[in-house]
Design a protein around this ligand. Structure first.
Ligand code: ADP
Ligand code: ASP
Ligand code: MG
Length: 405
């Protein structure tokens, strides 16, 4: 019997009526003769609320305890859906991360899945149950509860689909597919029928939160197709699959924005070998990911080095750099967390020139100043002031011919 894995996000389980709606969809898939495994998120807003409460207790909540707290959001919805299904006379059982054998490393708050046993899920499914798994959570080798990072129930779903050798992993959310830009920012965005793993990886890492990046990495590695669709309609959504010969190869296929980063500039740095390492090694040692790095050309015997870090690590990174600046004799450290990154993505860029020039002139025409630039084979990103992010997305979407009629 084919196994169907369905994941429902926060808005799809936001209240009891919506949980009942999910139960009806799950029951229908079961009635059609499928073995159904459901992965759930917390009700929308619940994880944010739990984080807020933890920060009311202390500025720096213990990471282990924060994960114990955050995992309760998904525990609630999993139990509510299982009891709804049972009340409809279906056999159903909910499982928490550790019961579903989701083994992770012990990096609380952003743990990585190491392995999924899935024996218990399989036994329950074989006995005719609908299995409801709490997403976003796992446990480490010592049995501690861990969470997988914001949006992590997408990754739970793809990992479980892989372990169960499911034909497809369905991700039900509040939009009916993947669009050429976030449809909540760009009303003229177009829904795509298919997207390659490669493009989706770039889009997810550049702010398209419709899929957590690690879920796409997982799906690409194990070649599990993902079907992103709405829990409120019956319409087909978007398939995320390996690149296929018949795929549209647009030069630019998507535009994204992200306000999740902050910029730190170390000014008046002595222009000597080894200085960049002195500035960035302590950041790496603190486990902070650096994204863009720009070094200005030297004026006299000093120059400036600027880089971006996740906003959540901004305060820590600023403290580290103030100490570094003292040690190396830099003049000043400046930070700015009111920035946004806008990007254009497309596999067709590999064989086309002129994309960067068009992106820069489009932003210039809107009077938007570019503060940093970075590129890869299939994307170009610019750092701008955050209040222009939405305007920039719409302007670029139009300039690259992506607008729907
Ligand atoms: P869920 O709670 O179901 O996991 P998320 O809020 O994490 O939902 O992800 C869905 C949201 O992703 C949409 O509401 C939309 O605003 C956003 N999004 C960003 N970029 C895109 C895109 N290119 N296509 C579709 N949705 C996008
Ligand atoms: N509830 C978690 C979050 O809000 C995980 C998820 O929704 O995927 O980030
Ligand atoms: Mg999500």
């Amino acid at each position: 019997m084919g196994v169907i894995v369905q994941k429902y996000g926060g808005t799809s389980v936001a209240d009891i009526d919506r949980i009942k709606n999910v139960a009806r969809r799950v029951a229908k898939a079961h009635d059609e003769g499928n073995a159904v495994v459901v992965i759930l998120s917390a009700m929308s807003g619940v994880t944010d609320n739990l984080i807020r409460m933890a920060h009311q207790v202390t500025e720096d909540p213990a990471r282990r305890e924060l994960d114990v707290l955050l995992a309760t959001g998904e525990q609630t919805t999993a139990a509510l859906l299982a009891m709804t299904l049972i009340s409809m006379n279906y056999r159903a059982e909910s499982l928490l991360g550790h019961q579903a054998e989701v083994l992770t490393d012990c990096d609380y708050g952003r743990a990585r899945i190491l392995d999924i046993g899935a024996d218990r899920i399989r036994r329950l499914v074989d006995a005719g149950n609908i299995v409801v798994v709490a997403g976003f959570q796992g446990c480490d080798l010592n049995g501690n509860i861990t969470t997988l990072g914001r949006g992590g129930s997408d990754t739970s779903a793809v990992a479980i689909a892989t372990a169960l050798k499911a034909d497809v992993c369905e991700i039900y959310t509040d939009v009916d597919g993947i669009y050429t830009a976030d449809p909540n920012i760009c009303p003229k965005a177009r829904k795509m029928k298919k997207v390659s793993f490669e493009e989706m990886l770039e889009m997810a890492s550049l702010g398209a939160k419709v899929l957590q990046i690690r879920s796409v990495e997982f799906a690409k590695k194990y070649n599990v197709p993902i079907h992103v669709r709405s829990s409120f309609t019956e319409e087909e959504g978007t398939m995320v699959v390996n690149e296929e010969a018949d795929m549209e190869r647009l030069v630019v296929s998507g535009v994204t924005s992200s306000k999740n980063e902050a910029r730190i500039a170390v000014k008046g740095v002595p222009d000597q070998p080894g200085i960049a390492a002195k500035i960035l090694t302590p950041i790496a040692e603190a486990g902070i990911n650096v994204d863009m790095i720009v070094q200005s050309s030297p004026t006299g015997d000093t120059n400036d080095l600027a880089f971006t870090v996740p906003k959540t690590d901004y305060k820590r990174a600023m403290e580290i750099e103030r100490n570094v600046a003292r040690d190396i004799g830099a003049q000043d450290v400046r930070g700015d967390d009111s920035i946004a990154k806008v990007s254009v993505v497309g596999v067709g860029m590999k064989s086309h020139s002129g994309v960067a020039a068009k992106m820069f002139s489009t932003l210039a025409a809107e009077g938007i100043n570019i503060r940093m630039i970075s590129t890869s084979e299939i994307r170009i990103s610019c750092i701008i002031t955050d209040k222009y992010a939405e305007l920039a997305v719409r302007a670029l979407h139009s300039a690259f011919g992506l607008n729907s009629e």
